[in-house]
Design a protein around this ligand. Structure first.
Ligand SMILES: Cc1ncc(C[n+]2csc(CCOP(=O)(O)OP(=O)(O)O)c2C)c(N)n1
Length: 467
């Protein structure tokens, strides 16, 4: 088949091999991941091409050269870039000799081991600490509320407070957040109130999701926080598309997408990384490698050196950080954001941590890992106390201020639960709205049916749901 190529807007006419090309009607733009310059293909009026034949073009020359090369000194001028030939039959080993190092700033005792980190002002450091404590307190009290049967489900961020808060602190408010579900601290950092969290958990009439989602499926337009979707890793391609849109609109912003090690075992992860790389999308892939996908340990999930090494396979700049070190997380995301926004590059951050709580209230993790291991991480690797030691030494916090702060936060969370619990639920009609512009016949029938059923069996329906 013959076609016309134009590179850098200069037309190169290919001699038709089969002489049926007489006119050109449509322009198609093909952005090749392998070539720096986009090639504009001027095609036939038929919408589909079965195959291409290159003639008198650079590509054809490259393809021809593949056949003529036969010793070590020559290179293969491949469309994806030059490749040196070798006569050594070498397979790339499946692992590197040494695992990728993990960037940290604070040691286990809160002492800086380097001066190579982003400077944080006192106010920001205190907000990081306050929000980490708030997150821990919310987790403790909301978890207990679920155990008391007051809410149906909960999921904590225990052990991942630094990942949540310090990564959020390094972003700008115009950046869009695509969470998995263990990142409520990012929303907290952005100003979602404890009352708003409680309203969602209780699914009352003030919940922005109108009570239609399980607890912990937070979302906020105001805070550029895309609503949590439990389907693991679906947020990854979404974040890439949104990042590409930000770039097209010349916005000074990026997206960040959080996911667990389990999320990296899905097809969506690989599709997202590849798209992001070839589209030069300003997206930060933030992997919370906490060792487990529910009961599946990372050793049963991949044979690679964690997740960080997968970035390079897709042509993505990557870093591994200590997820329990707030200063390391802050610095890595701060730098990642700069590169994503100014260079229009995707960046992969793998934060090593440990899920120090159960997967959710539907899980008992002592069934598949030793309780002693959990205790050890909670005691010895707690990211909040490590950061506290650092700010104490900086002279920004003392024990009296800390204890007032803790008791104040506790009161606020308890108060928010009491308020949320007393609120009415959203009205029954909300079950049937917001998907279709005009309600289809089957939904109308279902609404009539449920109202009739409630009329017949009122004792089986909650009294706080307005009809
Ligand atoms: C597509 C899909 N598959 C399976 C599940 C069930 N599931 C819910 S959470 C989860 C584990 C995810 O683990 P990870 O991504 O490591 O995140 P973590 O919970 O450790 O933070 C699984 C398998 C799901 N929600 N969606």
């Amino acid at each position: 088949m013959a076609l016309l190529l134009s590179k850098s807007r200069k037309l190169i006419c290919l001699k038709p091999k089969i002489g049926f090309l007489s006119s050109v009607y449509h322009h198609h733009t093909l952005i090749s991941p392998n070539l720096r310059t986009p090639f504009r293909i001027l095609g036939l009026n038929q919408p589909h091409f079965a195959s291409f034949r290159f003639e008198s073009t650079k590509v054809q020359t490259q393809l021809n050269s593949m056949h003529s090369i036969h010793n070590d000194s020559q290179v293969l001028d491949f469309p994806g870039g030059e490749v040196k030939f070798t006569s050594h039959l070498n397979f790339i080993p499946e692992t590197r000799e040494e695992r990728v190092h993990c960037y940290r700033v604070l040691d286990d005792y809160g002492y800086p081991i380097t001066s190579d980190f982003a400077q944080i002002e006192k106010e920001v450091a205190l907000k990081i600490f306050t929000d980490m404590v708030t997150l821990q307190t919310m987790d403790t009290i909301f978890y207990e509320a679920q155990r008391q049967g007051r809410i149906s489900f909960y999921l904590t961020t225990v052990g991942e407070e630094a990942i949540n808060i310090a990564s959020a602190a390094a972003l700008k408010t115009d950046d869009f957040i695509f969470p998995q579900y263990r990142e409520s601290g990012v929303l907290l950092w952005r100003g979602f109130t404890i009352q708003e969290f409680a309203n969602q958990l209780f699914g009352n009439k003030h919940d922005y999701g109108k009570g239609r989602q399980m607890p912990i499926h937070y979302g906020s337009n105001k805070h550029n926080y895309i609503t949590v979707a439990s389907t693991v890793a679906t947020q990854l391609p979404h974040a890439v598309g949104a990042a590409y849109a930000l770039k097209m609109d010349a916005k000074n912003a990026c997206t960040i997408v959080y996911f667990g090690d389990g999320g990296s075992s899905t097809g969506d992860f690989h599709a997202a990384l590849n798209f992001a790389a070839v589209l030069d999308a300003p997206v930060i892939f933030f992997c919370r490698n906490n060792g487990f996908a529910i009961s599946t340990p990372v050793s049963d999930q991949f044979r690679s050196d964690g997740v960080v090494t997968k970035g390079q396979a897709y042509g993505i700049r990557s870093i591994r950080v200590d997820g329990n070190d707030a200063l390391a997380v802050f610095t890595a995301v701060h730098e990642a954001r700069k590169m994503a926004v100014t260079e229009h590059k995707p960046i992969l951050v793998e934060a090593l941590t440990y899920r120090a709580g159960h997967h959710s209230t539907s899980d008992d993790s002592t069934k598949y890992r030793p309780a002693k291991e959990i205790d050890w991480w909670r005691r010895e690797r707690d990211p909040v106390s490590r950061f506290r030691k650092w700010i104490e030494r900086e002279g920004w916090l003392n024990s009296q201020v800390e204890s007032e702060l803790c008791s104040n936060i506790r009161k606020q969370v308890l108060q928010a639960i009491q308020v949320a619990e007393k609120q009415e639920k959203p009205p029954i009609k909300d079950v049937f709205t917001d998907v279709y512009d005009v309600s289809p016949a089957n939904l109308q029938e279902q609404e009539i049916s449920i109202r009739e059923t409630i009329r017949k069996h009122p004792q089986d329906y909650p009294t706080d749901v307005p009809l």
